[in-house]
Structure formats: structure tokens, C-alpha cells
Design a protein around this ligand. Structure first.
Ligand code: EPU
Length: 438
């Protein structure tokens, strides 16, 4: 499939689409299945590349993977788990960040794990120090190898007490996937509590795990000796839903997102309303539209749940280029998530990025060399341009900008968007977008 999309912008996106399971949950639930001694079934699975990468890695380890793509049903059979060849695993180096979560499950099932060098979006350094600290606290030994890392546990994995320096999503998942079958009790302080993590805890509980989520970001896990399979319907992708909502706003359109759920999007919906967007929540989704008139500027800070998600920030910034006045966005989760604004400026947007913490409290990136605050002045008409997609969410944002702009834009590198947006070209067609993939 061509990596180039020619977008003829200037038409409001209007129509109905459906979002399926959350990318940032489905891939983790697939890893959880590896812990079970019986088959599992995951429903509402989207056809995105991350699911393909994790399926390949599971197959390499002897897990039976069967996907009914149309129905979105994934059957995983981990009864014959086996060690994979390092060279086969190495092929997946750089393709995703999920492999790091295989550590605990593989050590429990096989006594060792080999994890390829990681990929994922280039939106900051994205270190794995929290992950490795957690594994070591459980008693694992981590050896750096040429193509990745090798994890062993000569004395088994034992429950422990850990406090995270920052409520990292991945590190919390690492802890959960390791603690459920470790010996004894594990306590995690400063845990991430994103809805996708709660759904992972629900899956693990179905498998037989004992996990409690207490107030103040404390999670306690009582290790068990054996886990079974699960049957579970994935929670919907709230990042994708918000991306389409921002597309409706930026193009002056009207989009019904079937499958979107209000409770997990409340923070986004508040901001959407403050900016001047309209929405209507129904039993099976949310309709988002631009009600006409001026959009309003806002001051916004991204944060861990229940704050405003960092992944919502990039698509919304495109809509903010159409709002009257000065908007300030302070990114506090990733140090380098404003690279995508350069292309927007090339299209006519007025966006200035700063090293200072603007419009909010000091964050981890203040007084350091990171351009992590942005001031957006609008409204500015956007004009077509040649754009190279930088990362998943930044790429979708560029697509929205091209759809809002007058003229024909060439958007390159769009295969990156397939990583996390199911059939986005089919959805664009359903919304009346004019484009071709030559
Ligand atoms: N961090 C460390 N050390 C670590 C781990 C994280 O310093 O060992 C830092 C990161 O550099 C970052 C912060 O902690 O500054 C938060 O990172 P987190 O671990 O929470 O992110 P993640 O688990 O790697 C997931 C999603 C991201 C999403 C973040 C925040 C997946 C596969 N990825 O990443 O999604 O932005 O949580 O919600 O679940 C995306 O979907 O486009 C995406 C980037």
C-alpha cells in the first residue's frame, strides 16, 4: 500500500464511523493471555499494526493466535508456550514498545525472556529504567545483549514494594503482569490508573489474579500459583474517538463516533466544550460537531489520568489553530511532543514553542532544554503543503490539518498511522473526505 496520501482539503468531515478496542489496551491484554494456562478470547479487537506485531511475537513463543478480523475476535492459546530464537525475535526490534511487557509473563512461563530493542513513537527519550528497576526488585537479572535484553530469575520472582518516580502507564503494566504470579504480595505506590490499566486489571482478575486498587494510586497484588484464560470485550479507543472529534472541530464538520464512551472521555469533553465544540452523548456513541461561529482559545495542561491525555493534545492543537485568541498548551507527560507543530506552521498556523512551563505548574521538564509548551494564535487559515508524518498522533494531526486546509496536500509516511488507527482511509471516505492513495 502506498505511503503517500494526496489530500484535497477544505471540505468539512461529516458522517458516522465506529471505533473499536483501544490500541493501548488490546496489545497488553494479548500479553496477559501468555500468563494463562488455558486459551483466552478477546473481542472488539481493531485491525491495526500493533495487534499484528504482538500476534507475531506471541506466535514465535508458541502461542496459537487466531483472528477473525471482521468480527474483531482474537483467540489466543498459550498451552504450548516455548522459547523463541533470539534472531527471530530480533526481527521485531524497533517495531513497537509492547515487547518490554513480555518480560514477566515469559519469565513465569519459561524461566527467561529475550526482549528486542524497542520502537514506538519518537516523542521523547522514552527510557525503560522504571521497567528494569521493577524487574530487578522482583529478583530478575537483566543482561544487555547485542539485539536487546535477556531477563532471567535464578531464584524466581518474589513480591516487593515499589514506588514509581512518575505514574508511568507501561511501568504499572509491567508490575501487574509480573506481580500476578510472583510469590507473595506486591505493593505499588504512585501507580498509573488509566482506564486501559483498569481494563487490564479486569482481565487479570478474570484469569484468577488478586489485585486491589486503593485510593492515592496504590495497587496491591497477591501472587497466585496459576492463572487461567479470559473472555473479555476491550474498552473502546478513547484516543481515536477524540482524534475524530478534533477532526470535526478543525474542519467545521459533524462526526458521530459509534463506540465512544463518555466516562473515559470526560476530561476531553470538558475541554471540547470550552473550546466551543458541541457534542451529544447517546447510548452507543458520541456525536461531535462544530456549531458555527468562533472557536475559543484555552489554557491546557496534559497530565496522567484523570488529567487531559497527552495523546489528545496533538489532534486538538490543530483545532486550536482555528480558535480566536491565544491558546497555551503545556505538555507534562512527554518532553518532546511538539515537533509536529513545525509542519503546521509551514501550513500557515502561528505556533511558538517554549522551554518554560507555561500556563500551569512546574513540571519535570521545566528549566531544561525541552520545548514542551506551545502558544497557538488563531484563527489562521491553513494552506496545503507537502508533509512528512513524524509519529502516530502527530501524523493523524497532520492529516486533520491537510483536510482543513485549502488545496491539495501530499502527506507522506502515512503507514505510521496504520499502527493505531483502524482503516482510517475507509473512515475518511465515509466522512466525505476527498483524497487518493496513489
Ligand atoms: N518513563 C521513564 N522511564 C520509564 C518509563 C516511562 O522515564 O521506564 C517516562 C516517559 O519517558 C514519559 C512518562 O514516563 O515521559 C510516561 O510514560 P509512560 O510509561 O506512561 O508511557 P508508555 O507506557 O510508554 C503509553 C502509551 C502512549 C501514551 C502513554 C501515556 C502504549 C503502547 N503507549 O506509553 O501512547 O502516550 O502511555 O498515556 O500504551 C500512543 O498511543 O500514541 C502513545 C504514545
Amino acid at each position: 500500500m502506498s505511503d503517500l496520501l494526496l489530500v484535497h482539503g477544505g471540505t468539512p468531515l461529516s458522517g458516522e464511523i465506529t471505533v473499536r478496542g483501544a490500541k493501548n489496551f488490546v496489545s497488553k491484554a494479548m500479553v496477559a493471555a501468555l500468563l494463562g494456562e488455558e486459551p483466552s478470547e478477546l473481542r472488539n479487537v481493531p485491525q491495526i499494526r500493533d495487534v499484528g506485531v504482538v500476534s507475531d511475537l506471541l506466535r514465535l513463543h508458541g502461542v496459537g493466535v487466531e483472528l477473525d478480523a471482521e468480527a474483531g475476535v482474537l483467540r489466543l492459546d498459550p498451552r504450548d508456550v516455548e522459547s523463541a530464537h533470539v534472531s527471530d525475535i530480533g526481527v521485531h526490534a524497533g517495531s513497537s514498545r509492547i515487547p518490554i511487557l513480555f518480560c514477566g509473563p515469559l519469565v513465569h512461563r519459561l524461566g527467561e525472556a529475550f526482549i528486542p530493542d524497542l520502537g514506538g513513537c519518537r516523542i521523547g527519550d522514552r527510557p525503560i529504567n522504571y521497567h528494569l528497576d521493577i524487574l530487578r526488585k522482583f529478583g530478575a537479572v537483566v543482561d544487555k545483549m547485542e539485539l536487546g535484553i535477556r531477563i532471567t530469575a535464578p531464584h524466581g520472582l518474589a513480591g516487593t514494594k515499589i514506588e514509581l518516580p512518575y505514574p508511568s502507564v507501561g511501568a504499572t503494566e509491567q508490575l501487574l503482569l509480573t506481580a500476578v504470579r510472583a510469590q507473595g504480595i506486591t505493593e505499588l505506590r504512585n501507580a498509573a490508573i488509566e482506564p486501559e490499566i483498569m481494563d487490564l486489571i479486569a482481565v487479570l482478575q478474570k484469569m484468577g489474579a488478586i489485585i486491589s486498587v486503593d485510593t492515592d494510586r496504590v495497587i496491591r497484588v497477591e501472587g497466585v500459583e496459576r492463572l487461567g484464560g479470559f473472555r473479555h470485550t476491550a474498552l473502546p479507543d478513547r484516543i481515536e474517538a477524540a482524534s475524530w472529534a478534533s477532526a470535526a472541530l478543525a474542519t467545521g464538520g459533524d462526526i458521530v463516533v459509534h463506540g465512544a464512551k463518555q466516562p473515559d472521555m470526560m476530561t476531553f469533553l470538558n475541554v471540547f466544550r470550552k473550546v466551543g465544540g458541541a457534542f451529544d452523548v447517546t447510548d452507543d456513541g458520541i456525536r461531535f460537531w462544530h456549531p458555527g461561529g468562533d472557536l475559543r482559545s484555552i489554557v491546557l495542561e496534559t497530565d496522567v489520568h484523570p488529567g487531559f491525555m497527552t495523546d489528545w493534545q496533538q489532534p486538538l492543537v490543530v483545532a486550536l489553530t482555528q480558535a480566536r485568541g491565544l491558546s497555551i498548551v503545556h505538555e507534562t507527560v512527554y518532553e518532546n511532543r511538539f515537533g509536529f507543530t513545525e509542519a503546521l506552521v509551514g501550513m500557515g498556523a502561528t505556533i511558538q514553542v517554549y522551554r518554560e512551563c507555561l500556563g500551569g505548574l512546574e513540571c519535570r521538564f521545566g528549566q531544561r532544554n525541552f520545548f514542551h509548551s506551545a502558544v497557538i494564535s488563531g484563527p489562521t487559515p491553513l494552506r496545503a503543503a507537502d508533509i512528512e508524518v513524524p509519529d502516530l498522533r502527530g501524523g493523524f494531526s497532520h492529516l486533520i490539518a491537510a483536510l482543513a486546509a485549502r488545496g491539495t496536500s501530499a502527506v507522506r509516511g502515512i503507514n505510521l498511522i496504520d499502527r493505531g488507527y483502524e482503516d482510517f482511509t475507509g473512515k475518511l471516505s465515509a466522512l466525505g473526505a476527498r483524497f487518493s492513495r496513489p
